[in-house]
Design a protein around this ligand. Structure first.
Ligand SMILES: C[S@@+](CC[C@H](N)C(=O)[O-])C[C@H]1O[C@@H](n2cnc3c(N)ncnc32)[C@H](O)[C@@H]1O
Length: 134
């Protein structure tokens, strides 16, 4: 059990979750009503969040391109989030197809989605784990 009472391995759809709120704010479809309500509350308190999530995603792509162009060949992505194209490994492989990417997230929904996506990809893996328990 993690510090916030979340049991790794279980999917709790009764409470909003950061990955699904983020997915909702990005315009994705992998979220529930509780996540949409939380996302709308967040955006009404801080309207810039809708631009912020897109800017964050754009930064992620630029950062991956930069490190891979600089010679990095192994990436550890902690707090992966729900798959949103282009994902880290897809961006990395555009620059260098031999890059290996390990995704880590503590949300079983993220893992389920990533498992489905990564089954088609060789040099990537996903681990269900909590950053606070290294
Ligand atoms: C906002 S998403 C970020 C997605 C992506 N990295 C990006 O920047 O576009 C944050 C992710 O961190 C995950 N996360 C939050 N706390 C975590 C923890 N303690 N350990 C592992 N993952 C965590 C959430 O499940 C969520 O998928």
């Amino acid at each position: 059990m993690s510090q916030d009472g979340f049991r790794t391995g279980e999917i709790d759809t009764s409470r909003p979750h950061p990955a699904r709120i983020y997915d909702y704010l990005l315009g994705g479809k992998d979220n529930y009503e509780v996540d949409q309500q939380a996302g709308d509350q967040l955006a009404s308190a801080a309207p810039e969040v809708r631009i912020g999530v897109k800017a964050n995603r754009a930064f992620l792509q630029r950062a991956v391109r930069y490190v891979v162009s600089s010679g990095v060949r192994q990436i550890l992505d902690v707090g992966t989030g729900l798959p949103t194209a282009p994902n880290v490994h897809e961006t990395a492989h555009e620059v260098a197809p031999d890059v290996r990417v390990a995704y880590v997230d503590n949300d079983p929904i993220v893992k389920a989605h990533a498992d489905a996506l990564l089954s088609r990809s060789g040099a990537t893996s996903i681990v269900l784990a909590d950053l606070r328990d290294p």
